[in-house]
Design a binder for this molecule. Structure first.
Ligand code: SAM
Ligand code: SF4
Length: 357
C-alpha cells in the first residue's frame, strides 16, 4: 500500500470553529466507519476513470497522460469494495471521475452497485457531454441521482474553461435526463473570480426555468496547473449577493441532512439555489465521505496526502476482512479538517481529475 503514515493537513481549528480533540479508540465500533473525531462515514465517492472528454482548467492540465487501463479497477473489483464498505455502514455511492461516462457500459456498474445489500443510493456526477445517449439506460439501471457540471451557458466561455467545445451536447444531455424521468437534477457550477461572475445570473435563470437545482462550488486548490490562489476564490457569499441583486432576497433553508455540505437558499417563489463553500465555510466537522480513486486507492479526504492501496489487496488475493481493515485504517487516520488557508496546508500530489470530485 502507498502508506499508513498520515501526513496530516491542518488538523487544528479553522474558520473560527473550535474542533473537538480525537476520541479515544480511533475508528469506533468496528461495524461502522467512525473516525477519531466521531464522524460516521456513510458516503463513498468512486472514481471510475481519470480520462475525460473535457480539460477544465480548474481540474486538468492541457496535456495529460492517462493511466493504463489495467491500472483501473474493474467493475467487479469496485462492486466488491462497495459490498465491504456497505457492511461497514456505507449507504450511498457516487460515481465520478475524470468523466465516468467514458467508461464502457457504466449502467452495468450501476446495476451491480444497486444490487449490493445496504446500498440505498447510487448517484453520478458527469460533465453531461455523453449524457443524451446514456440517460435512459442509467435510469433503467437504477441510478437515483444525477449531478451535471455546467459553469456557463455561453459556448465561448465554455471553451475557455473546458479547453473544448461541448455546450450543445451538455444541454442535450440535460434534456434527455429530464425525459428519462430523473427527479431533482442538479447543476454544479464552479465559481472563479475573474472568470465566472457574468455566468451566475444566466445560469440561475436557466435552472429556475428548467427546474434544475443549481449549486455553486468554490474553487478549491486541486487544479493540475497549480494556478489556484485565494484571490481567485469567488466565495459563496459573493455569488449570493450577485443573485440577490438580480432576483431578490434569498432565505436560508434548514438542512434535513447533517452530512450535506451544501447550504440551500430559497427565493420568494420557492425555487432553490445551493452553495458548497469548502474554502470559506468548511464543512469538515460534518464530513461523512470517503473516496476510492480509479486506480484503487482509498482516500479519507479530497486533500488527503496519504492513500491506502486496496487494489493491491484485491489483486493480491486479499480477503474481505483485509479490505475492511484497510478501510478502517483510512478512516481512523482522517484529519479534523482540510486546513486550506492554514500554514500546515499541503496540496495533495494528485489533481481533481485523478482523485474524483
Ligand atoms: N467529469 C465529471 C464532471 O465534471 O462533473 C465528474 C468529475 S469532476 C472532477 C466533479 C466536480 O468537481 C465537477 O462538478 C467539477 O466542476 C468539480 N471540480 C473540478 N475541479 C474543481 C476545483 N478545483 N474546485 C472546485 N470544484 C472542482
Ligand atoms: Fe473533466 Fe470533470 Fe475535470 Fe472538467 S471537471 S476536466 S469535465 S473531470
Amino acid at each position: 500500500m502507498t502508506g499508513h503514515v498520515h501526513a496530516g493537513h491542518g488538523a487544528g481549528a479553522e474558520g473560527g470553529h473550535p474542533r473537538p480533540g480525537p476520541l479515544p479508540g480511533g475508528a469506533g465500533d468496528g461495524r461502522r466507519l467512525v473516525d477519531g473525531f466521531g464522524r460516521v462515514h456513510t458516503d463513498l465517492r468512486v472514481s471510475v476513470t481519470d480520462r475525460c472528454t473535457l480539460r477544465c482548467t480548474y481540474c486538468m492540465p492541457a496535456e495529460v497522460v492517462f493511466r493504463d487501463r489495467e491500472e483501473l479497477l474493474t467493475y467487479e473489483e469496485i462492486a466488491r469494495v462497495a459490498a465491504v464498505a456497505a457492511g461497514l455502514g456505507v449507504r450511498s455511492i457516487r460515481l465520478t471521475g475524470g468523466e465516468p461516462l467514458v467508461r464502457r457500459d457504466l449502467a452495468a456498474l450501476v446495476r451491480q452497485l444497486v444490487a449490493v445489500p445496504g446500498i440505498e443510493e447510487v448517484a453520478l456526477t458527469t460533465n453531461g457531454l455523453d449524457l443524451a445517449a446514456h440517460a435512459a439506460g442509467l435510469r433503467a439501471a437504477g441510478l437515483s441521482r444525477l449531478n451535471v457540471s455546467l459553469d456557463t451557458l455561453r459556448e465561448d466561455v465554455f471553451e475557455t474553461i473546458a479547453r473544448r467545445r461541448g455546450l450543445d451536447r451538455v444541454l442535450a444531455g440535460l434534456a434527455a435526463a429530464k425525459r428519462a424521468g430523473f427527479a431533482a437534477i442538479r447543476i454544479n457550477a464552479v465559481s472563479i473570480r475573474g472568470l465566472t461572475e457574468d455566468e451566475i445570473v444566466p445560469l440561475a435563470r436557466f435552472c429556475r426555468r428548467e427546474g434544475f437545482e443549481l449549486r455553486f462550488i468554490e474553487f478549491m486548490p486541486l487544479d493540475a496547473d497549480g494556478a489556484w490562489n485565494p484571490e481567485r476564490v469567488l466565495s459563496g457569499a459573493e455569488v449570493r449577493a450577485i443573485l440577490e441583486r438580480d432576483a431578490g432576497p434569498l432565505t436560508a433553508e434548514r438542512s434535513a441532512d447533517p452530512g450535506q455540505p451544501a447550504r440551500d437558499y430559497r427565493w420568494p417563489d420557492g425555487t432553490r439555489v445551493g452553495f458548497i463553500d469548502p474554502v470559506t465555510q468548511p464543512f469538515c466537522d460534518r464530513c461523512d465521505r470517503l473516496r476510492l480513486t480509479a486506480d484503487g486507492q482509498f482516500r479519507n479526504c479530497l486533500f488527503s496526502t496519504t492513500e491506502w492501496d486496496v487494489r493491491g489487496v484485491l489483486r493480491g488475493g486479499g480477503t474481505d476482512d483485509e479490505i475492511a481493515a484497510l478501510l478502517r485504517s483510512c478512516v481512523a487516520a482522517k484529519a479534523a479538517a482540510h486546513g486550506i488557508g492554514t500554514p500546515a496546508f499541503a496540496r495533495p500530489a494528485r489533481a481533481m481529475y485523478e482523485i474524483g470530485g
